[in-house]
Unconditional design. Sequence first.
Length: 451
Amino acid sequence: MTADLPPKPAPRPDKVSLWRYMRLFRQDILSAQPARLYRAWMAEFRTPFFRSYLLNQPDLVTEVLKRRPDDFPKSDRIGEGLRPLLGNSVFLTNGETWKRQRRIIDPAFEGGRLRDTYPAMWAAADAAVARLRALRSDTVEIEEETSHAAADVIFRTLFSIPIEHEIAREVFAEFRTYQRSQPILNLAAFVPLPRWMPRFFGRDTRASARVIRRLITRLCDDRQAAIAAGTAPDDLATKIMTTRDPETGDLFDTSEMVDQVAIFFLAGHETSASALAWALYLVARYPDWQERIADEAAALETGDFSEISKLRITRDVFREALRLYPPVPMMVREATCPERFRDRDIAPGAQMVLSPWHLHRHTRLWDDPDAFDPARFGTENGKTCLREAFIPFSAGSRVCTGAGFAMVEGVLLLARILRAFRIEPVGDAPVPVAHLTVRSRDGIRLRLTPR
Ligand code: HEM
């Protein structure tokens, strides 16, 4: 099974100077880490300004994310690069503000609503297959295509508009500019900058955040007007903008809605695009699975939501892609009380790092952790690890709002694309690096042949 492993970044040597660590970190947080993190239960990083602890032991991960999330709020360092764009979005807030926002947002993503959202996803899958068929070359850089498809899914489900819509297109283009100017989400959370040091956002970052927010404000204002006129479509935006907080009766005001739409777009399209691109690469590399998915996808005929639950193999392949290349490779929380974990005293203010990247490849938890084997989820080890060591969407009360949504979207797009095409890898194996999400350093090139 271990013979032909999918790509994994080379780790750094165990001991490096802080300066070198920071330089490596700037390039890519995955290859900046030492190999011992794949077998450690807990690791400590000492820096001149704060301590960080990486937690891999399942019960410690559970303690932080599930049992006592209020004692481990999101570190405000995480928002460093994103605040100009995301303002007070649910991704960045803590405490009462966050709880209120989730009370309004969560109903839009409940199971029943997913059924209502499904036709828009189906239409986005049609459009994605049509775009791929229309490509002039048979070799494609697939991350470009999956970004396009995932952005299309978000606009269709949130605002009932396709990515070709003028505003959707502009938002999509401007997000790319923003990412280029502010490329690494978590950098500030790990790098030992003291808190008093001012943070500067480049002029480009601020300007592009302003453009995006202006465009999204137009969408929200138009929608507000349509709701008032009784002509609004029944999509996610309408649902969120008309849901009252069950405790206070309040609705989101426009600026708060703009914050949330910005995060839905960012968290919802970058991540799904990354997962789908890696899933397609993996099945290109291990083509037996491709055939099995294509067979299974024959069950997708009517566009009826109930069909998706029949795609068990596709789901396991998508899960295995999320395990090997978790789009959000690491998350950070901050200890607010003194703790004692594995005989170590942890002081308030310490940064607790939860790393799906390391947990998902942990050598003491998973059988054959670096191998691509979707069948593992049918084994005892796979089932146990799925419960205890698989957190691509995080876990606990702060779990990804879009987890159910993303599992339907990813499985549907993967199945529909493989029903339409045979795919093969082209050129060198991609090198995973973590920017905003886990991407390939030089893109992922695939050859598509219509079936
Ligand atoms: C494969 C796709 C996706 C993955 C792997 C993913 C992963 C994650 C993870 C790990 C977090 C927690 C981050 C942290 O705690 O620091 C998160 C949060 C979030 N995600 Fe996703 N996500 C995906 C798709 C989506 C989609 C489609 C949406 C919305 C349409 C979405 C909306 C959000 C939001 C709003 C949060 C913040 C939740 C909170 O802090 O309360 N995500 N996601």
